[in-house]
Design a protein around this ligand. Structure first.
Ligand code: ADP
Ligand code: MG
Ligand code: ZN
Length: 476
C-alpha cells in the first residue's frame, strides 16, 4: 500500500495597475510590445524600482494566512535564457521572501478541515510570451515584468481531492482579498503540481516529479491520478529508481498523460545571487496598515453563517466558495429575505436557472435586491412559493422589473383573506355533499381532495396554510 504526497506551487498574477519594477501598465494592450519601457525590455542601465502596491498585496495575503510577513525581504536573480526574458534572468525572492510560514485550512468531503502548511509566498516578475506562427516565432513583452506571487505549499496533501480543495480555497481567498483576478483560462492563476508516493508507514518522502503549468482543477486531479499510477506501477515492477527521478513533466491534455519535459534543475543551475540593482524591500508602518485591511474570509463566513444565521455547514461552504455568491447572498438578507429561504432559493432556484441560461452569478439578470424582495413577499404571504417561481421564470426572460407590478400583471397575489377563501370553500363543500358525508364518516383521505378543489377554484392564489385551517374548521 502506498501513500500519495503532494505539494503545490501556485503562481498568482497580482492585479496591480503597473508592473513589478517599472511604471508600465499591466492592462491587456491592443498591440504587442506596447506596454514596455527600457526596464522591462532589459535595456542596459535601466534600473528596477519595486512596486509598493504589489508588496502590499503580497503582505495582505500573508496576514490572511497567518504567516510571518517579513519587514525586510530580498530579491534574487534566477539566471536562465529564454527568448521571452530579455534580461536572461528572472527577479524573484529565493532566501528571504516577503511572506513565510503560513497555513490554509481545506474543507474535506466528510465536513472536517485539514491544515495545509505554507512554506512561503514570494514576489517575482513574469516573463513575456513566445508566439509561434507558421515558420516564425514572435516575442511579445507586454507581460514581461508583470507581478506574480508564487505561493509554495508544504508537501501536506495526501490525495488529489485534498489538492483540489486546497487550490479552490486559495483561489477563493485571493479573490476575496482582491489581489488577483485568478482567472485560470487567462493564466492569472497557474499551478505546478509536485507528486511522489511512499510505502505506507515510511517516513522519508519518495522522489517527486513536478508537473508544470496546469490550468484547470480537473486537469490537476487527472494529472495526479496518472502520476500516482505510473509511480506505483514502477515501484511494483521493481523499476522505481530507473523510472521515477526528479524531473519536470508536462500534462498532455489530449492524451490524458504526463510526459517528461526536462530533467529537474537544481538551484545551482540557476546561478541565484542577490540582485545588485535592488535594495532590500523594507515595509513601512503605513504599508502594514494598508495590508491589514482584510475582508471577512470564507472560514469566518462559514462559521458566522452556521452559528448566527443557522444554515447548514454544507450550504455555507457552497455559498462562500465564491465571493460573488456570498456577497449576493448577504445582499438578499439586507433585503429582508429569511436566511434559510435565501439559501434554497439562491442555490437551487436561481443557480439552477442561471446554469441553464449559461449565466454566472455576476451577470445574473435578477439582482440580489430583487430576489430578496421577492422572497420577502413570499414570507409575508403576498404570494405563494409557486407564484414566486413563476415570477423568477418571468424575470429570467424579461428585464428585471418592479415586483408589485409583476404580481398584479401575472395575477399572482395570494388570497389570505378568510372571507374570500371561506366563500370558495363553502361552494366546494356544497357541490360535493356526498364526499362531505364520506369524510365525516371517517374517510379522512378526502381532506386532500377538498384542499385541491379549493386551490384549483382559486386558480392557485389561495394561501394553502389558510385553506387547510379553514377547511378543518368547516369540516369540524
Ligand atoms: P524547488 O525549489 O526545487 O521547486 P522545493 O523544495 O521548493 O523545490 O519544493 C517545491 C514544492 O515541492 C513544494 O510545494 C513542496 O511542498 C513540494 N515537495 C517537496 N518534496 C516533495 C515530495 N517528496 N513529494 C511531493 N511534493 C514535494
Ligand atoms: Mg519550484
Ligand atoms: Zn516597463
Amino acid at each position: 500500500m502506498f501513500e500519495t504526497v503532494i505539494g503545490l506551487e501556485v503562481h498568482v498574477q497580482l492585479n496591480t495597475k503597473t508592473k513589478l519594477f517599472c511604471a508600465c501598465p499591466t492592462s491587456f494592450a491592443e498591440h504587442q510590445n506596447t506596454n514596455t519601457c527600457p526596464t522591462c525590455l532589459a535595456l542596459p542601465g535601466a534600473l528596477p524600482v519595486v512596486n509598493k502596491e504589489a508588496a502590499i498585496k503580497a503582505m495582505r495575503f500573508g496576514y490572511a494566512i497567518n504567516a510571518n510577513v517579513n519587514h525586510t525581504s530580498h530579491f534574487d536573480r534566477k539566471s536562465y535564457f529564454y527568448p521571452d526574458s530579455p534580461s536572461a534572468y528572472q527577479i524573484t525572492q529565493l532566501t528571504k521572501a516577503i511572506v513565510q510560514k503560513g497555513e490554509v485550512f481545506i474543507d474535506l468531503a466528510d465536513g472536517s478541515q485539514k491544515r495545509i502548511g505554507m512554506t512561503q509566498a514570494h514576489l517575482e516578475a513574469d516573463a513575456g510570451k513566445n508566439m509561434h506562427e507558421g515558420e516564425y516565432s514572435k516575442v511579445d513583452l507586454n507581460r514581461a515584468g508583470t507581478p506574480l506571487m508564487e505561493i509554495v505549499s508544504d508537501p501536506d496533501m495526501r490525495s488529489s481531492e485534498e489538492a483540489v480543495a486546497y487550490l479552490k480555497k486559495l483561489h477563493a481567498t485571493v479573490r476575496y482579498l482582491d489581489i488577483s483576478d485568478a482567472n485560470m483560462q487567462e493564466g492569472s492563476f497557474r499551478c505546478d503540481v509536485n507528486v511522489s508516493i511512499r510505502p505506507k508507514g515510511q517516513e522519508a518522502y519518495g522522489t517527486r516529479v513536478e508537473i508544470k503549468n496546469i490550468n484547470s482543477f480537473k486537469f490537476v486531479a487527472a494529472a495526479i491520478a496518472y502520476e500516482v499510477q505510473r509511480q506505483t506501477e514502477a515501484y511494483e515492477d521493481g523499476v522505481y529508481e530507473q523510472e521515477v527521478y526528479q524531473e519536470t513533466r508536462l500534462w498532455d491534455v489530449d492524451k490524458g498523460e504526463t510526459r517528461s519535459m526536462r530533467g529537474k534543475e537544481e538551484a545551482a543551475d540557476y546561478r541565484y545571487f542577490p540582485d545588485p540593482d535592488l535594495r532590500p524591500l523594507i515595509v513601512t508602518e503605513e504599508m502594514v496598515e494598508e495590508a491589514k485591511k482584510i475582508p471577512e474570509l470564507p472560514d469566518a463566513k462559514v462559521k458566522r453563517y452556521v452559528e448566527v444565521l443557522g444554515i447548514k455547514r454544507s450550504d455555507a461552504l457552497v455559498i462562500t466558495s465564491n465571493k460573488e455568491l456570498a456577497y449576493y447572498f448577504e445582499e438578499m438578507l439586507e433585503h429582508d429575505a429569511v436566511a434559510k429561504t435565501a439559501v434554497t432559493w439562491l442555490t437551487s432556484e436561481l443557480l439552477g436557472r442561471l446554469n441553464k441560461a449559461g449565466h454566472d452569478i455576476e451577470d445574473s439578470p435578477i439582482s440580489a435586491a430583487t430576489l430578496g424582495d421577492l422572497l420577502a413577499k413570499m414570507s409575508d404571504d403576498t404570494i405563494s412559493g409557486k407564484g414566486a417561481k413563476e415570477i423568477l421564470d418571468h424575470m429570467m426572460e424579461n428585464e428585471s422589473r418592479d415586483i408589485d407590478a409583476l404580481i398584479d400583471e401575472l395575477g399572482l397575489a395570494q388570497v389570505s383573506d378568510d372571507g374570500a377563501i371561506l366563500a370558495i370553500i363553502d361552494e366546494i363543500l356544497a357541490n360535493n355533499q356526498d364526499k362531505v358525508e364520506q369524510y365525516k364518516a371517517g374517510k379522512e383521505k378526502l381532506f386532500g381532495f377538498f384542499v385541491g378543489q379549493t386551490m384549483k377554484a382559486s386558480k392557485g392564489t389561495a394561501n394553502p396554510g389558510k385553506v387547510n385551517d379553514l377547511l378543518k374548521q368547516r369540516l369540524g
